[in-house]
Design a binder for this molecule. Sequence first.
Ligand SMILES: Cc1ncc(COP(=O)(O)O)c(C=O)c1O
Length: 369
Amino acid sequence: MIPVNSPVLGEKEKSKLIECIETGWISSEGPFVAEFEQKMASRVGKKYGIAVSSGTAALDIAIETLKLAPGDEVIVPSFTIISCIHQILRCGATPIFIDCDINSWNMTVEDVENAITPFTKAIMAVHIYGLPVDMLKLSALAEQHKIPIIEDTSQAIGLNCHSKPCGSFGAISTFSFYPNKHITTGEGGMLLTDCPDLAERAKSLRNLCFQKKQRFVHEELGWNYRMTNLQAALGIAQLEQLDEFIIRKKQIGVFYQTELANLDNLQKPLKKLDYAENIYWVFGLVVNQTNRHSAAEIMEALGQQGIGTRPFFWPLHLQPVLKQFGIQPKNALPNSELIAQNGFYLPSGLSLTDEQVEDVVSIVKKVIQ
Ligand SMILES: Cc1ncc(COP(=O)(O)O)c(C=O)c1O
């Protein structure tokens, strides 16, 4: 089986992990956590890093810093992962879902603008599958309305937008280091911000809101979302290789683009936008509706030939769980629905060999034709 994703781990990671074991620093108190936070912040161009246990944890904390109440709204793309709305829902606030562009699969600034109301408390910008949201345009809009942006950069570590790193635009940006991401800590995540107060609050929320003077007296509730020294050790070793990883991801993406170019019944990812080049976090395909076979059938056939695939996200506005929170989105979001029903992605992991990528291409061609 050629897996849809698997990370590259080597000697650098091994020696950092051995250092943890030899020094006994395995908890979140270990020195690699602060080092990883500082290195990520400086790579992205932010002042403060707060390492946490997952990308979902980073989003929970980012949303909690907004102090949302019932009636408050957060604008969120429908085409993303459920993690983006967990804490919005739990606060009793309302996610306002917007559609994606049919070609870039990212939310558009026009749709954000149309969704702004007097109740909007934040905009969640999520970069999708290797291309970014237009963060310059979005930042100008957000600035005009004085609405903070949470920038979910989980799929865009090392991606540039208008020649600036993704993750450098939001009031808070969040990252996931799950093994399918550009760099991994196994499980893990991070928040970055320039604001010292937000950084302090995020640190407190990740650590059960212990107080400095009276540790076990709590004014509010947080979580144990701490990152361990073992995870941070991996993160530091991985971050050193980020540029190489991006080059490899692009190579795989460009190879798929070239080799699959003639399959007209499949929509391929855009190679670039005016303000960014695709780094192909994953290589997505959308099956043309006139095709004889559905995405599910094609994925099934590829699976039988040993090719791992994943379906696209299921749109958030269609999630059954929304009912539990009394939310029934009124509008259809046709682009998100269309790509969710017809989209899937090919093996895109960093450990793929050239031979495996060639095998994927030849089997995809066979199955599709
Ligand atoms: C855009 C986005 N945000 C958040 C997450 C959640 O990250 P984690 O799996 O580390 O909780 C993911 C995971 O794939 C993601 O793609």
